[in-house]
Design a protein around this ligand. Structure first.
Ligand code: ADP
Ligand code: ZN
Length: 215
């Protein structure tokens, strides 16, 4: 595949993170999820963690300046390697910032893939989402439940529900998504980089579509 950077965006719960994990394993991408990075900082109580915690737990966007700083530091260490960005950029300012920073490293965004999903399906999925505390594997109690309740199949870690996956917070995250992130459709569309995948067709079929787009 082309050694180029790809952006995955879409509403919360559209399956971006799950797809990114599969694509990383099968196509050898570097997977970079700003949400995961922030949750890790919060768990470790770093300076960044303390700054972002209130935004993340209430479903608000972390301010663009902080997000861009964290991403620039990451890109500085990983100069040149192709990256699959998951959940970043989420605003036009972040998209512009990403173009700028990648430009400084002599690369660019090759493709932006929108994994689309209707709001009521988002709510249905996220309230059933659980994640492994140890390895990060994501489960859905309706479609992909663990074999043993509350326990990760892969590493026996404890499964937990993210604070921002409660219904009220999910509604707020959807509002933020519609206002701030959907404008990326036009941003990447104008540049001829936008592809859309229907996130409701099931994990394996979404993966086939993605492989076709990225292969
Ligand atoms: P989801 O895609 O399911 O909403 P993420 O793990 O991508 O979950 O993000 C969780 C939270 O982390 C967001 O609601 C937001 O508070 C914060 N966050 C993650 N990425 C960004 C970003 N690019 N810009 C601002 N905030 C972000
Ligand atoms: Zn696990």
């Amino acid at each position: 595949m082309n050694a180029t950077n790809v952006v995955l965006f879409g509403p919360p719960g559209s399956g971006k993170g799950t797809q990114a994990e599969i694509l990383k394993e099968k196509l050898g991408f570097e997977h970079y999820s700003t949400g995961e990075v922030f949750r890790d900082h919060i768990a470790r109580k770093t300076d960044v963690g303390l700054q972002v915690e209130r935004f993340v737990t209430s479903g608000k966007l972390v301010p663009d300046g902080i997000v861009l700083e964290v991403v620039s530091a990451f890109l500085g260490e990983r100069a040149g390697k192709p990256v699959l960005f998951d959940g970043f950029p989420r605003t036009i300012a972040q998209a512009e910032g990403l173009d700028r920073v990648l430009g400084e490293h002599g690369t660019s965004v090759a493709l932006a893939v929108l994994v689309d999903l209707a709001d009521d399906e988002v709510v249905r999925r996220l309230t059933a989402r659980r994640q492994c505390r140890r390895c990060g594997k994501i489960y859905n109690l309706s479609f992909t439940p663990p074999t043993r309740e509350g326990v990760c199949d892969k590493c026996w870690g404890e499964l937990y529900q993210r604070k921002d996956d409660s219904e009220g917070v999910i509604r707020d995250r959807l509002l933020v998504y519609h206002r701030q992130t959907r404008p990326l459709i036009e941003y990447y569309g104008k540049q001829g980089k936008l592809k859309t995948v229907d996130g409701s067709i099931g994990r394996d079929r979404v993966f086939e579509e993605m492989s076709r787009l990225l292969g």
